[in-house]
Write a protein that binds this ligand. Structure first.
Ligand code: HEC
Length: 148
């Protein structure tokens, strides 16, 4: 009996730690997905601006990756994950939920459109769809993300 009591007592602080680390893991997860989006969009932007050579296959591959990632970060924004160390998410994420949801949906829709037109391989045809996606990234960051 004594041994069981000791085990139970010892497990309480461990549970509290697990909770904290679940929130931290959610933050790391959403940031990881965004980092992957940023990593892929950077060379796409450089191609659009003519800073690096246009490569339609690479552009289409990266557009598809962003479309695949677009639905993923949101799972990491559960309750209790604001004000976690290393997060730049503003409280607005949990307050202005309608606007946040709308921008999420815009990203999912627009990145799928971009991935589709990118299949065609034409830089000019891709430009408007790419601009839309970039604008949605920026709009959301303006309202929901702290400056780095
Ligand atoms: C619906 C809102 C929303 C959209 C759309 C959005 N982001 Fe973000 N993004 C955020 C928030 C909120 C954070 C801060 C997350 C945190 O620090 O917890 C963030 C963080 C980031 C980061 C920093 C990650 C880090 O490690 O700190 C990058 C890079 C990023 N986003 C890229 C993008 C790109 C590229 C797009 C468009 C393809 C995009 N985001 C679209 C809300 C959004």
């Amino acid at each position: 009996m004594l041994a069981v009591g000791a085990v139970l007592a010892a497990s309480f602080p461990a549970q509290a730690e697990d909770k904290a680390s679940d929130a931290e893991k959610a933050v790391e997860y959403r940031k990881g997905v965004f980092t992957a989006m940023g990593y892929n969009i950077k060379p796409m932007a450089a191609m659009m601006k003519g800073k690096i050579a246009w490569d339609s296959e690479e552009f289409a591959m990266r557009a598809q990756r962003i479309a695949d990632l677009a639905d993923m970060p949101w799972e990491g924004f559960q309750e209790g994950t604001s004000n976690i160390a290393h997060s730049h998410a503003l409280d607005a994420v949990w307050e202005d939920t309608d606007k946040f949801r709308k921008l999420r949906e815009d990203l999912v829709e627009q990145s799928a459109e971009l991935a589709e037109v990118a299949q065609g391989g034409d830089r000019k045809a891709v430009a408007p769809a790419f601009k839309k996606v970039g604008k949605t990234c920026k709009s959301c960051h303006d309202d929901f993300k702290e400056e780095d």
